[in-house]
Write a protein that binds this ligand. Structure first.
Ligand SMILES: Nc1ncnc2c1ncn2[C@@H]1O[C@H](COP(=O)(O)OP(=O)(O)OP(=O)(O)O)[C@@H](O)[C@H]1O
Length: 256
């Protein structure tokens, strides 16, 4: 990689993030530093605040504190403005247009971000960004299929592809492998590492075997706070994490 391609500001910094719903504090002073080139997992018991952190970073929940990407403030901006800064997300249930083809879904995702040159290309064929995204997520051979006939896993990949077309540099993925076959999980883990080399990837996940295999960094949330953060080995060795979380999820990681 040449020097000019290394973007040292390209990381997501979260400090003292708080989200309340009425009197209930769902996220209570969370700090995270999410670096480019790392696949970062957010784990923790149900209700720990994982999705709410992502919601706050993408404008779907009102967060207080500090969250910056590439030096730009995220909190207080609209979802669209945050997406334009290059911070994208997926949901637990894929939000693709079932009646449209894979190509049309990718194309629509790219409309706002496409440059004039690519628009010219669009009239003559598939835009480069769309072709590259389809290739990256392994859907090039299904471009003409309606998204509705895709498997659950393929829909998640399509959503990730839509973020790539938008040139998202931070991808926040909420339980992307839930409901996937073992084969689809492996393909997803490899996909995350491939696209994560030049991006910041954050994955909310319960499947600790998947986390063990594909995490560079793991952060454990509990009751809206960061309980621990580090490598999977460090997390596994942490007695507090064992007590509040891994006790229930130890099976998946016991043979590591
Ligand atoms: N819109 C809302 N209004 C009120 N409470 C909410 C709202 N959204 C989330 N919560 C509460 O905030 C807490 C954190 O929820 P969140 O969905 O972030 O947890 P999570 O760690 O993602 O859990 P899970 O693993 O079950 O998805 C929960 O107690 C939840 O009930």
């Amino acid at each position: 990689m040449t020097a000019e391609l290394i973007r040292t500001d390209d990381y997501l910094e979260v400090r003292d993030l708080r989200v309340s719903f009425g009197d209930f504090v769902a996220v209570d002073g969370v700090a995270l530093t999410l670096l480019q080139g790392q696949v970062h997992f957010l784990v923790g018991p149900n209700g720990a605040g994982k999705t709410t952190v992502i919601d706050a970073l993408t404008g779907l929940a009102r967060g207080q504190g500090v969250a910056t990407f590439d030096g730009e403030d995220l909190l207080g901006r609209s979802s669209h403005a945050i997406a334009r800064l290059g911070v994208g997300r997926t949901f637990q249930t894929a939000t693709v247009f079932n009646d449209l083809t894979v190509l049309q879904n990718l194309d629509i995702a790219g409309l706002r971000h496409r440059r004039r040159r690519s628009l010219w290309r669009a009239r003559h064929g598939i835009p480069d960004a769309v072709a590259e995204a389809a290739e990256a997520v392994g859907l090039s051979h299904l471009l003409d299929r309606p998204a509705g006939v895709l498997s659950h896993g393929q829909k998640q990949w399509l959503e990730i592809g839509m973020l790539l077309v938008q040139d998202a540099r931070v991808l926040l993925l909420d339980e992307p492998v839930a409901g996937m076959s073992a084969q689809e999980r492996d393909a997803t883990g490899e996909l995350l590492h491939r696209i994560g080399r030049e991006r910041t990837i954050v994955v909310v996940e319960h499947d600790m075997e998947f986390v063990r295999r594909y995490a560079d960094v793991v952060t454990v949330l509990h009751a809206g706070r960061v309980l621990a953060s580090g490598s999977m080995e460090q997390i596994r060795a942490n007695p507090e994490v064992q007590r509040v979380y891994l006790g229930d999820h130890a099976e998946g990681v016991s043979n590591a």
